[in-house]
Design a protein around this ligand. Sequence first.
Ligand code: ADP
Length: 465
Amino acid sequence: MDDSLRTSGIENIGKIYWGTHIAQLYDSVEDFFNISVPYIMSGLKSNELCLWIYSQNTSFDEIIKFLEVHMVDVDSYVKSGQLILIPYTEIYIEDDSFNEVRANRQWKHYVERALKEGYDGLRAVADTYWLEKSYYRTFERYENNIQKIIPEMNFIVLCLYDASKSDTLQIAEIIKNHSYVIIKSDDKYEIVKNVELLIKDRQLLQAHEYDRLKNEFMANVSHELRTPLNVILGTVQLLELKKTDVDIKEHKYIKILKQNCYRLVRLINNVIDITKIDADFYKIKKQNCDIVNFVEEITVSVAEYALSKEITVVFDADTKQKVINCDPDQIERIVLNLLSNAIKFTPAGGKISVLVHDKGEKIELIVKDNGIGIPKDKQKSIFKRFEQVDKSLSRHEGSGIGLSLVKALVEKHDGNIAVNSEENKGSEFIIGLPCNIQNSESEESWIVQSLLKRPEKIKIEFSDI
Ligand code: ADP
């Protein structure tokens, strides 16, 4: 489609593109011609084929007369075939009824004819005075369709609607399907850009604003929650240190308290991160790191815990070392998250394998269990926020944030995550990470810091098992 701007001839609009669908609500003959005459004149002067479809309220002669007030050579345009005046029955009405298919075919025919005859496109005036109540529904659908197909064509159309028709609401429904609406108020013509579109634009704006406020609010609240929680956690840890003073029962309560503090820390951390990722504020701190040894260390550090649940955890890799550029804190989070799920959903006696495969261009991390598995129809949705496979029974605690965060963190590394699972057989989470390395970097300084924090991290990540 040619996307050059055309002069509309309508003062309020100025220039328009091909594919513009305009509605005019007229309440008098003057009104009717005030807009359509300059509009058609612009088309005639701009090498466009001009088609005027008149209805019962005007006639061929009347239209020519109005045009001649403004133009001297109207006749020559008619003779050359650039200006065509036809009654509504040639487009819309056939055998006393509105024929939608025929109307569409006719428009297509005239657009094609315009281009074939060397015009830039077709400009039309379509008076809908013939429109009766019984046609409203089909006509509304028809106009909706026109609005959808017109952007593809070298076609501009001005549809005229009689404002004195009593069924304002239905007319309004029809008019919604145009790019512009021209109305007259206080003797001045006003142009309203598609009312529906305007409303949609505004709603979209509000939605963005709402999202922004929501993210800001979530971030603030989460930070506010963190402070008192740290105080509680610190106090609990102190109490624990003094465990000689407390009896066994109290010790159990302290353990429950601590466990739940960790759960809250995990939830808050996850909410903060998801909020940051949503707002595009999340920055990962990449550095070169030997992913094979790093993942092995993480695996080893949870093996003991898993064994206490009678689950064995094994690690295997097909390469000894692979240095890639990644954010170790986030990789640790990803792996711990998958491991905690694997432990959570694997019964006693089960086995978990963590595998690293070197695939050249990418590295594959696999966390595999022989636990309860995930039903096929649920596998897609587990990566969505707040999704849990078995909500109704709430078999396990959890917020349903874990995997959506894992996916987001993997994607921040330009990687991807997939799941293979069969009910009652087990699940396998496969992560693919690109193998890039950053040159000129001091190596492995991160490991010390990261390892020091790991027991705390495990407590946090495993808090809801
Ligand atoms: P949650 O915080 O609720 O565990 P996740 O996002 O981590 O949320 O997991 C979403 C859901 O996916 C879980 O509730 C569980 O139903 C399912 N799921 C995740 N990992 C496994 C697994 N290894 N085995 C079986 N089901 C799993």
